[in-house]
Design a protein around this ligand. Structure first.
Ligand SMILES: Cc1cc2nc3c(=O)[nH]c(=O)nc-3n(C[C@H](O)[C@H](O)[C@H](O)COP(=O)(O)OP(=O)(O)OC[C@H]3O[C@@H](n4cnc5c(N)ncnc54)[C@H](O)[C@@H]3O)c2cc1C
Length: 419
């Protein structure tokens, strides 16, 4: 195992010796012949699963296999927003569990993930939207989640630069979750990787899974670019590649892969102290600690495995930005990229067993899976270790699509590009 505990004293020691003594945060593990459990996908969800398997369930013969490098998938590509402002009974307890884990994460994994509970404010622009947000806020409070309804003047006091006076969609107020906010995305991957490694988990990078070996209806291991790896149980946490990897075991998932773009501006003096979302179009914005505006909007709307987007959505996102805060038109864009989203048919995730013995699925995170990372890891670890769903994830069954028991948070129907 590598890496010492980070503390004030280790920081002081390294400061005095010119930072020459830091060890790599995790080992470059080579694959062993076999493991009890192999997790496919070294994103946030896969690494968190491995960590909780070792930490909470005492299992240590575990590997995470990642085709690229740690942090190269969506865990390092998202816009870092965390929140638990959900409406439906299947979702609220799960996302609130995640929020509670975020609140203690840095102490738990001994890593600075820059958890910043700066608040998430969803703006509304008409009476119907206000009613919907009142209902959502009430559902949240009934479940012990914090929610506050702000009127127009309270929003103006918080974000005075929004377009209140000449707007095409006048701002009437907003629903604020103060405990929501942002977390540094790649630090979450690095922190979980380091913490799992310290507990004995092998993190195997540059190891692409190319086949799943099944014998008598039960998995026996994985064909990878670094050879065959035996496994009693396999957990798939491949996000945008879920359908392709599950197909290796003959499964067809109710998931489509779509591209989602993110944007970062040049650094500016701090002026947005929360995450704000536009209610009349798809646009959301926050400001990073380096001063860049971090913003995004809708998925591009066509199936793709390319980690880059197209211009019509760039235009659409920036139109939303201009309608909400015209000053964004003077800002220069610094960077833009895309990630592949595993869009489920109802917009909600799947954490469940599959019809293949020993094969478990964690997928369908759409564009909201970053905030779910800790709870997803905990619940998937519980399922893998105990063979039963965790109490807060009982609704995330794979067979709900066949039975019509969908969890359609947005009320949009079976259309992945609308969730
Ligand atoms: C632009 C953008 C903005 C977003 N904003 C937010 C946000 O603000 N808040 C939020 O909650 N969510 C957000 N999301 C969604 C969130 O990032 C994802 O839902 C979440 O990160 C997915 O889980 P993950 O971290 O495990 O995925 P990933 O990091 O993608 O991990 C999956 C891993 O599986 C690996 N893999 C795939 N195939 C194989 C194979 N055959 N063999 C081995 N390894 C394989 C991949 O290389 C990848 O590293 C956003 C996503 C994007 C793209």
């Amino acid at each position: 195992m590598s890496g010492e505990r980070y503390s004030f004293f280790s920081l002081l020691r390294e400061t005095l010796r010119g930072h020459t003594g830091w060890k790599p945060a995790w080992r470059k593990a080579a694959p062993q012949k076999a493991y009890d459990i192999v997790i496919v996908g070294g994103g946030g969800h896969g690494l968190a699963t491995a960590y909780y398997l070792a930490r909470r369930y005492g299992l240590t013969k575990i590997a995470v296999v990642e085709k690229g490098w740690i942090g190269g998938g969506n865990v390092g590509r998202n816009t870092t927003i965390v929140r638990s402002n959900y409406l439906l009974p299947g979702n609220v307890p799960f996302y609130e569990q995640s929020m509670k884990l975020w609140e203690g994460l840095e102490q738990d994994i001994n890593y600075n993930a820059m958890v910043s509970q700066r608040g998430v404010l969803n703006l509304f622009h008409n009476d119907a939207q206000r009613n919907a947000y009142i209902r959502r806020g009430n559902a949240m409070r009934l479940n012990g989640v914090d929610a506050e309804l702000l009127n127009r003047e309270a929003v103006r006091a918080k974000l005075p630069f929004l377009d209140f006076d000449n707007a095409r969609f006048p701002i009437q107020g907003g629903l604020l979750q103060r405990r929501g906010g942002t977390v540094r995305h790649d630090a979450v991957a690095w922190g979980y990787a380091r913490a799992a490694d310290r507990l004995g988990v092998d993190i195997i990078e540059n190891c692409e899974v190319q086949g799943i070996r099944v014998h008598d209806g039960h998995v026996t291991g994985l064909e990878t670019t670094r050879g065959f790896i035996g496994a009693r149980k396999i957990g798939l946490a491949c996000a945008g590649n879920s359908s392709r990897v599950a197909a290796m075991a003959g499964l067809r998932l109710p998931i489509e892969s779509h591209v989602l773009q993110a944007f970062v501006s040049e650094g500016l003096k701090p002026f947005i102290d929360c995450v704000a979302t536009f209610g009349a179009g798809h646009f959301y914005v926050s400001q990073s600690d380096k001063g860049g505006l971090v913003f995004g909007g809708d998925i591009d709307g066509y199936n793709s495995y390319a980690q880059r987007g197209n211009l019509p959505v760039v235009e659409d996102v920036l139109e939303g930005g201009m309608a909400l805060m015209p000053r964004i038109g003077r800002v220069r864009l610094l960077r833009q990229w895309g990630g592949i989203m595993d869009m489920s048919m109802d917009g909600s995730p799947i954490i469940d067993r599959t019809s293949v013995g020993g094969l478990y699925l964690n997928a369908g995170w759409c564009y909201g899976g970053f905030k779910a990372t800790p709870a997803s890891g905990l619940c998937f670890a519980h399922l893998l270790a105990r063979d039963e769903p965790h109490a807060v994830a009982t609704a995330y069954r794979l067979d709900r699509f066949g039975k019509g028991a969908v969890i359609d948070e947005k009320g949009m129907g079976a259309q992945p590009n609308l969730h």
